[in-house]
Design a protein around this ligand. Structure first.
Ligand code: GDP
Length: 437
């Protein structure tokens, strides 16, 4: 049964995104301004119906966190009055900035008020914010949820969203591999065969040139194409093999999806393994393109056996789909964009918290967690805290790490249940703090 709340109050220091969240939740451009008795500053309230719950949403604006303010104590008192009658507080914090002293101060006020509190971490759609997010859990408010996850659901209203959709329709793709694997042939093939709109775009670093290709209304930015065309000139010195790893690293940093081109006639080598490790470490989506498949005929060639060997050699990348292609003949190259598109989608996939917890309950009932410690570990609940790569946070009863093999097991089960082909998955484990306020 959906619960009816009388008032939900957004708190947080200025500029963490409270008003954006407020506007999204209320689906309004302009908030209704009323005054809460006892506070001299205006607060903004609006009735909300969200996921079956009805409540009054109150934004406390910049009331909190003005620690530079000489009237600091007064400001805090006002804030305390504003939250006094709340049934639920949402503490909004900034995932990119991580934990700052003002957040801690606000958290203390909240704890004293003894009101249930959710932690909403804003601006997390970004690999850079990952460390900041982990810090914010130190505030001790569980369960946490991400603002992006909420706003995504209400994102159909308003004009600002077209921009986001546009941004997401461009995918950065790195094509990497050893010298002579066929990278440059592949790029040329894609350009020629698909009759796409093509232009060279200057990249962000010197010598980095990107190539834009449009396919079905999507734009693929093949990053660092100059490195593909003339590797020797891009990074001077070093053996060609080493240069290829450096180039790959540089391109991978900028990519949503990595296509690792392997020369099928040679199989995967240590160098391919090194490049695979780079891709895995960066958390990008990965596809393995086994190129020169035209030379792997006569048609008796067993692709299963080939794949098994390949996977043994590139063991980090067991989640990456393998595509057998020929840049020379064009065999299956046109399927590549389809697969890139799908993998990119998997990297940005969000599993709703209820579905994730249902999954956790099922899996852990059958296979309880294994950890190196002596105490019995239980997973209490979990939530997805990020995308690209999908990152899940699990709360446990005791501080622990899972046994390596159990972590792998969970990740594999997640893949099976929700389909994360081509996307790495990260798990974090954290002991649940004392009950919320
Ligand atoms: P790069 O160094 O990875 O960019 O590799 P290139 O694209 O320059 O290709 C190296 C060599 O392999 C060239 O002689 C290509 O013609 C050849 N090559 C590339 N792709 C294929 C393929 O699918 N089949 C065959 N038979 N040869 C290929």
């Amino acid at each position: 049964m959906p619960k009816t709340l009388s008032s939900v109050v957004l708190v947080g220091r200025p500029n963490v995104g409270k008003s954006t969240l407020f506007n999204r939740l209320t689906q309004s451009r302009r908030a209704i301004v009323t005054e809460i008795p006892g506070t001299t500053r205006d607060v903004i309230t609006h009735p909300v119906e969200w996921q079956g719950a009805r409540f009054e949403l109150i934004d406390t604006g910049g009331m909190f966190g003005a620690s530079q303010d000489p009237l600091h104590q007064l400001v805090l008192e006002r804030g305390q009055r504003a939250i006094k009658d709340a049934e639920l507080l949402i503490l909004v914090v900034d995932g990119r900035e991580g934990l700052v002293p003002a957040d801690v101060e606000i958290a203390e006020v909240i704890r004293k008020a003894n009101i249930p509190t959710l932690l909403a971490i804003n601006k997390t759609d970004d690999r850079r914010s990952r460390a900041g997010v982990m810090e914010l859990y130190q505030l001790g408010f569980d369960p946490a949820f991400e603002v992006d996850a909420i706003t995504e659901r209400t994102a159909h209203v308003g004009s600002g969203d077209e921009e986001t959709a546009h941004e997401q329709s461009e995918l950065a793709v790195a094509i990497v591999g050893r010298p002579n694997a066929g990278k440059s042939s592949l790029v040329n093939r894609l350009l020629r065969e698909e009759r796409m709109l093509v232009s060279d775009m200057p990249g962000t670093t010197r010598d980095a040139v990107d190539t834009l290709i449009t396919w079905h209304r999507r734009t693929f930015r093949i990053v660092d194409t100059a490195g593909i065309r003339r590797p020797g000139r891009v990074i001077k010195g070093g053996k060609p093999e080493e240069v290829s790893v450096l180039l790959a690293r540089r391109a991978i940093k900028r990519a949503d999806v990595v296509v690792l081109v392997v020369d099928a006639t040679a199989g995967a080598t240590d160098q391919d393994g090194a490049i695979a490790g780079e891709a895995e470490g960066a958390g990008s989506g990965v596809i393995i393109a086994a190129n020169k498949w035209d030379l792997m005929k006569p048609p008796g060639t067993n692709s299963n056996e080939f794949d098994e060997n390949l996977r043994r050699q590139l063991k980090f990348l067991e989640y990456a789909p393998v595509l057998h292609i020929s840049a020379e003949t064009g065999e299956r190259t046109s399927r590549l964009f389809e697969v890139i598109d799908r993998v990119a989608g998997n990297c940005r996939k969000r599993i709703p918290t209820p579905a994730f917890n249902q999954f956790l309950a099922q899996v852990t009932t059958r296979h309880p967690p294994v950890s190196p410690g002596r105490r019995r570990v239980r997973i209490l609940y979990g939530t997805q805290i990020g995308i690209a790569p999908p990152t899940f946070l699990l709360f446990t009863n005791v501080a622990t790490k899972f046994h390596f093999s159990y972590e792998r097991f969970l990740i594999n089960q997640l893949r099976e249940a929700f389909g994360f082909e081509g996307s790495p998955i990260q798990l974090r484990v954290r002991r649940r703090r004392g009950k919320t306020a």
